[in-house]
Design a protein around this ligand. Structure first.
Ligand code: ATP
Ligand code: MG
Length: 176
């Protein structure tokens, strides 16, 4: 189901959100404002406890939900999406897990290509302070004991502290 009456202004964005940072939040704010409903797809949902994918889909769900509660944003839904490693059917897989959507927000060229080939309309979203608002930079700072907290919405910091996310990341990132 890719649409229908009443769903014309439904949209989708996908990220791994490892973790959900201020750049993601800026995109969500804009997309939620422009859409009747925004589906937030949690990509690579089956992975956790890897250096590049430390947090479970459930933990990432909590980070996003608590942040959007705090922001007073409620026209969204969150859908975990496992990798298929079969790109020819990936868009159909995403669509099968999501409420209908017509627009897709992504700055990732590969993601854009896959959705465009499947006939979806893409919308550009702004890039916010990419040098530091990046999952890779947040994880680097966590391991280096630098200030990672300033890159994240406060509710995300709280979730990470509750689960000892920094300790986990250090334990799974090599070293003895
Ligand atoms: P990682 O470094 O772990 O890959 P990431 O910051 O690239 O993390 P992802 O979880 O890979 O974030 O999510 C990718 C989606 O989020 C893409 O559509 C990307 O364009 C968007 N995004 C990530 N950071 C920003 C940012 N600073 N401003 C705008 N969009 C962003
Ligand atoms: Mg990325």
């Amino acid at each position: 189901m890719s649409g229908g009456q009443g769903y014309e202004n439904y949209s989708l964005m996908i990220g791994r959100f490892q973790p959900f940072h201020e750049g993601h939040l800026e995109v969500v704010r804009k997309c939620a404002r422009e859409s009747d409903n925004l589906t937030i797809g949690i990509g690579s949902a089956q992975y956790s406890h890897y250096p590049d994918n430390p947090f479970t889909a459930g933990e990432r769900y909590l980070m996003i939900r608590n942040t959007l509660d705090d922001q007073g944003i409620d026209n969204y839904c969150i859908v975990p999406i496992e990798d298929l490693n079969r790109y020819s059917v990936w868009v159909a897989h995403v669509a099968s897990m999501s409420p209908p959507f017509h627009y897709v927000y992504s700055n990732n060229r590969f993601t854009r290509r896959l959705f465009e080939e499947a006939g979806y309309e893409m919308r550009e979203s702004h890039i916010y302070n990419r040098e530091v608002y990046s999952g890779t930079e947040v994880r680097r700072r966590m391991i280096a004991d630098e200030n990672w907290q300033e890159l994240l919405p406060k509710p995300v910091v709280e979730v990470i502290e509750e689960i000892d996310g920094v300790g986990r990341l250090k334990d799974i990132s090599g070293g003895n």
